[in-house]
Design a protein around this ligand. Structure first.
Ligand SMILES: Nc1ncnc2c1ncn2[C@@H]1O[C@H](COP(=O)(O)OP(=O)(O)OP(=O)(O)O)[C@@H](O)[C@H]1O
Ligand SMILES: [Mg+2]
Length: 213
């Protein structure tokens, strides 16, 4: 059986990642493709326990190096127990955030050495990279407004609490990563309506489907 395709969604707070991830999952299921929707940090019971540590509580609770180690510990569990077995069995995986979020939030934004983070990814997470990364690009104010307006996940505000400048750097760092990895990155305009955004994303998914067949 052919390996499944691995798709990740990246972008700042409130960019629309989770919404689009759900829509794309439903779309692929309708095409009779086996697909698993998952998220980071988290995705397994053990990694979700680490998630609850890192995304809640005081914004200065962990220094960036501790955060990097916690995210990598969660990612290793998620990869080895969930993502890689699914891909091996031919299931497609859609993951809401992945390694690029660590490079951006802990590396570019909070100053952890990028080479150290790449080495961690290599040694801890088997250097697994997605086939396709969809970057949802929205102005910081729009993203934060959407994230605040949303009523659920009221406890997961640790990163939202960081200041405006933090989120501006997140935005430009993701764009820089997209420019460095044009082979797998597609930048989408996250201010489009949900419908138009889905159509834009489907162009890229359809080309993956063609490669896969
Ligand atoms: N294309 C869109 N246009 C307008 N609103 C949207 C769009 N996509 C999502 N939203 C709304 O914006 C809010 C944030 O969306 P979503 O939760 O998908 O973002 P996210 O990137 O997953 O955020 P977070 O980083 O906080 O997890 C939700 O209330 C959602 O309904
Ligand atoms: Mg989300």
């Amino acid at each position: 059986m052919k390996k499944g395709m691995f798709i990740t969604l990246e972008g700042g707070e409130g960019a629309g990642k989770s919404t689009l991830a759900q829509t794309l999952t439903t779309f692929l299921q309708a095409k009779d493709i086996g697909v698993m929707l998952t998220r980071e940090p988290g995705g397994t019971k053990e990694a979700e326990a680490i998630r609850s540590l890192v995304v809640s509580g005081d914004k200065d609770r962990f220094d960036p190096i501790t955060e990097s180690l916690l995210f990598n510990a969660a990612r290793r569990h998620h990869l080895t127990h969930s993502i890689l077995p699914a891909l091996e069995s031919g299931t497609w995986v859609i993951c809401d955030r992945f390694v690029d979020s660590t490079l951006v939030y802990q590396g570019y934004v909070q100053g952890v050495d990028i080479d150290f983070l790449k080495k961690l990814h290599h040694d801890v997470c088997e250097d697994v990279f997605p086939d396709l990364t969809l970057l949802l690009e929205v102005p910081v104010d729009i993203g934060l407004y959407r994230a605040h307006r949303r009523q659920h996940n009221i406890s997961e505000t640790r990163f939202e609490q960081k200041g405006h400048e933090f989120h501006e750097t997140v935005r430009s760092a993701f764009l820089e990563l997209a420019q460095q990895h044009t082979d797998r990155y597609c930048v989408l305009d996250g201010t489009l309506s949900e419908n138009d955004l889905t159509q834009a994303a489907m162009k890229y998914i359809n080309s993956l489907l063609q490669q896969h067949n």
